[in-house]
Design a protein around this ligand. Sequence first.
Ligand code: AHG
Length: 338
Amino acid sequence: MYQVRKVMTLDEFTIQELRNFPQATGELSGLLRSIGLACKRINAEVNRAGLVDILGALGTENVQGEEVQKLDDFANKTLIDLLNHSIYCAGVGSEENDDIVVFDDELSNNSKYVLLMDPLDGSGNIDVNVSIGTIFSIFKRISPMGQPVTMEDFLQPGNRMVAAGYVIYGSSTMLVYATRRGVNGFTLDPSVGEFCLSHPNMQCPPHGRFYSANYGNFGKYSPGVQNYLKRCETKSAENGGPYTERYIGSMVADIHRNLIKGGIFMYPGTTDRPNGKLRLLYECNPLAFIVQLAGGMATNGVQPILDIQPSSLHQRMPLFIGSRDMMEELAECLQEHG
Ligand code: AHG
């Protein structure tokens, strides 16, 4: 007899979670629903990106004479619009906006959450059909309710984060979402337009085999980082070892692979950019929160990412993140070389 396998949708999952917290107001679930909807819209546009040659180049006009938006702009506006019209978010900090976006209306001023996001990470990869992602983190505001949120609501250390997630637009589209109760992955079923629970209780394997770094920068890394990479090389497949090097240039994709299969991703500081490239608030922090909750680790080479007190919205930070054993060996190398 034909049996339909029961799949749990993202909505069903969050409702079930709510039942465990009778005091919960449902605001966080509402916020997640808005993010999920925005990301489905972004996904539809990302899937059409290959057609721009036919329909018109990004930033120009398409054949109907309509302006074709750049995808990162589109992602940013879609998320901000949906969050603004939901009643669960008081403001947004985005890679695409110099300043915070404050939703200054009565409902929003009485919302307790703020959101930080990179609407489309790895956007340099759009033209070449490589996976890209949306990254977000959610904090409870610290300014008084009833008033517009302020910068201090966004400049909180990662260890105060309530939830974080990313959506990867890849061979399938997946939303990975973490709260202190754990990390769960939902794959978008395009036939019904629903994110369905596909990776419950994700755990980062403690022993990894993938190492991901931009080797083009090798000469500009510190001796500790160079030494760690040399150790990885000696353990690489070429030398009969288990390790293998993988770097896509879309950190959501690199970290997603390492989270599932075990590995380490790094974007260290370089001699010309001592703080590296990645942004603390909406790139390093959410991914650190997710990987740490899955049993991995994330540091800037000196201290845990989540312990860092941010000083500005677009601050950059070196990032080392991944499987526990690899992170511990890295820490040894960094210490040995000062
Ligand atoms: P962008 O969104 O500007 O394309 O940046 C992507 C980020 C991150 O996702 C990736 O791992 C890293 O930058 C790649 O940078 P390099 O090309 O310098 O290695």
